[in-house]
Design a binder for this molecule. Structure first.
Ligand code: ATP
Ligand code: MG
Length: 394
């Protein structure tokens, strides 16, 4: 038996983008993401993308799960292809449908006959298919015509017939890359992977920059961040990560500026360096995992003084979310368990006892001048390490 996958996108998602650009990006992303499972014909017709294996496929579940993580796909439906005669159709229904209905209490069978030459009419096909399912599932399920928990559909098309259950929800959003490229400031925490996911969902191609502070932060802390990037790539596509050491910058700040300004100045420096990497990589914006009021450096006034250092658009998709809401998404995308592993972050090195909560930009800049950071920032930028193909396959 041959199984194919039908991916639909919501028409609403097309607002602001032309359809062929959207479909083209989506087809390309689907091909790239499922290539490891075998060769497929991926084609579009009537607002549906057909994904058809070109060889027999013993990993249908994996392909289905992968398709459900691709942004731009609103629903995914798996269907068995059969020959156009009732014997073949019934045989396929009996083997293919029961696992799809497991856990459901009621179903209804449906038939669509695009090929009007087929000898049976739709209600007769549906009746035979319904009977076959009841037989095969031996009383574990009943029929409900009005409020079924699942619908099984047989479609008689020109070349073949197809058997499928309901479509399930896909990842939604827009195909990656249709909304430009952005640079995520990726820490080892819970929030920044979620922030990257949310922007990728809206079609941004995300790259990441991570700041480390070796030996104050360990290699294990860096590995954790690379693992987060790897986990994120399930949804966001391959994530290029670059690591920049801010050890000397932090030491300089510690030695030259008033302690209460330390965190703000470090954050300004991170924004400046991130923007520099972003521009070098052709990104149009930065992304952070900040959430209003979560910590002292995430007050409006604090963000008001760190933002100008970036000199670039900054997205903070978690800004209005509670920690619980962020955690729910982190769990869904499978980053939560890694994020809560207890490793240090450079932001927690030399943390002031009383950080400035009502900073003034002019005062902050005056303090920053004392540290004379620009040569150290140039050096940090030059020494940046890039993790890409060695960690993730493109
Ligand atoms: P997260 O859970 O994402 O670590 P957080 O609540 O711990 O966030 P902060 O440590 O104040 O908050 O960091 C705020 C944001 O600054 C992070 O979401 C991230 O975007 C960025 N950031 C913090 N530390 C780093 C780092 N070491 N490298 C890159 N970006 C960082
Ligand atoms: Mg953090």
């Amino acid at each position: 038996m041959k199984e194919i996958f039908l991916c639909k996108y919501g028409e609403l998602a097309l607002k602001g983008l032309n359809k062929s650009q959207f479909e083209g990006a989506l087809v390309k992303e689907i091909k790239r993401r499922i290539a490891r499972f075998g060769s497929f014909d991926v084609r579009r017709a009537q607002s549906t993308i057909y994904v058809e294996p070109l060889q027999s496929l013993d990993c249908g579940d994996e392909v289905f799960d992968e398709l459900r993580k691709i942004f731009g796909i609103a629903t995914v439906c798996r269907a068995a292809e059969t020959e156009k005669n009732m014997d073949s159709i019934i045989e396929v229904v009996k083997s293919y449908v029961p696992p799809l209905l497991s856990g459901k209490r009621t179903f209804r069978a449906n038939a669509k006959r695009a090929d009007k030459r087929f000898p049976l009419k739709s209600p007769e096909i549906a009746a035979q298919v319904g009977g076959a399912i009841l037989d095969a599932m031996k009383g574990k399920i009943g029929v409900s015509m009005d409020f079924p928990e699942a619908t099984v559909t047989v479609e008689i098309r020109e070349e073949h017939a197809y058997v499928h259950a309901d479509a399930v929800r896909g990842a939604g959003g827009m195909p990656i890359g249709t909304a430009g490229k952005a640079m995520l400031l990726l820490s080892g925490g819970i929030d920044s992977p979620v922030a990257g996911y949310m922007m990728a969902k809206r079609g941004a191609k995300v790259e990441a920059v991570h700041f480390e502070s070796f030996p104050y932060t360990s290699d294990a802390a860096k590995e954790k961040v690379l693992e987060l990037a790897r986990l994120m790539s399930d949804y966001c596509g391959t994530l290029r990560v670059c690591c920049i050491s801010v050890t000397e910058i932090q030491e300089r700040l510690r030695d030259t500026v008033q302690e209460e300004y330390f965190t703000l100045l470090l954050r300004r420096c991170m924004m400046r360096l991130a923007a520099r990497v972003a521009k070098a990589r052709g990104c149009d914006a930065l992304i952070t995992g900040e959430s209003l009021g979560q910590v002292a450096s995430q007050t409006m006034l604090a963000m008001g003084v760190t933002d100008p250092a970036a000199d670039m658009l900054v997205f903070r998709p978690c800004i209005g979310m509670d920690k619980e809401e962020i955690i729910d998404i982190a769990r869904k995308i499978n980053t939560f368990e890694t994020s809560i592993l207890p490793y240090e972050d450079c932001c927690t090195v030399f943390t002031p006892r009383h950080p400035k909560t009502r900073p003034e930009l002019s005062r902050v800049i005056a303090e920053e001048e004392k540290a004379q950071l620009s040569a150290l920032e140039d050096e940090a930028f030059e020494k940046m390490e890039v993790f890409y193909k060695s960690y993730f396959e493109d």
